[in-house]
Design a protein around this ligand. Structure first.
Ligand SMILES: O=C(O)CCC(=O)C(=O)O
Ligand SMILES: [Fe+2]
Length: 184
């Protein structure tokens, strides 16, 4: 796999009305994100998160399944077997310098070991916040993900990425992991 094949972009994955509806529907039920073994680790991640499933958001989840199937078929061709985690909505606040330091999504837990593909959708309009860029480092230098509302970026879950410190406003994102047998 070449570095330029390490990510894929779908510009209009969700329409603006759906992005708004998700933000307005879930903003009030968000908790502090960034727990490492049960401890808050705000130096690594400072954001609020919540989760939704197919029962709560059937249309959005259907759309995610279709997007993942398409992009995996056309770009990655990974062996994916399930969605073992609900979809996550995160909020990064400028007044708290919301951020998420460089990390890979593949972790040690049973479920994090099985993460293979990560999808992030930008829910906020770029003029709603400053900083807060999603950046990927697939090959030794980082690239900025597109910021346009509704755009989706897909990358192998092992690829290093971060959310730069947010310095003003609020940035909302949607993250979905797709799982399968660990890479071998
Ligand atoms: O909010 C984002 O843009 C990325 C979130 C992320 O990297 C994660 O939840 O692992
Ligand atoms: Fe991540």
């Amino acid at each position: 796999m070449f570095p330029e094949e390490m990510f894929a972009i779908v510009p209009d994955a969700l329409d603006p009305a759906t992005c708004d509806r998700l933000i307005n529907g879930f903003a009030h039920e968000m908790d502090e994100g960034g727990l490492v073994q049960g401890q808050a680790a705000t130096h690594i991640r400072r954001s609020k998160i919540t989760w939704f499933n197919e029962e709560q958001e059937p249309v959005v989840c259907r759309r995610i399944v279709d997007l993942v199937a398409d992009v995996n078929r056309n770009v990655f061709d990974f062996s994916l077997t399930e969605f073992a985690e609900d979809a996550q909505i995160a909020c990064y606040a400028g007044d708290l310098r919301g951020h998420y330091d460089w990390h890979s999504d593949v972790g040690a837990s049973d479920v994090a070991r099985r993460r293979k593909l990560t999808m992030v959708i930008q829910l906020s309009e770029p003029d709603q916040y400053e900083g807060g860029q999603l950046q990927l480092n697939p090959a030794g230098h980082f690239i900025d993900a597109p910021m346009a509302r509704g755009s989706a970026i897909f990358f192998p879950s092992f690829v290093l990425h971060r959310v730069a410190p947010t310095t003003a406003g609020l940035r909302y994102s949607l993250t979905q992991w797709v799982h399968g047998n660990p890479f071998r």
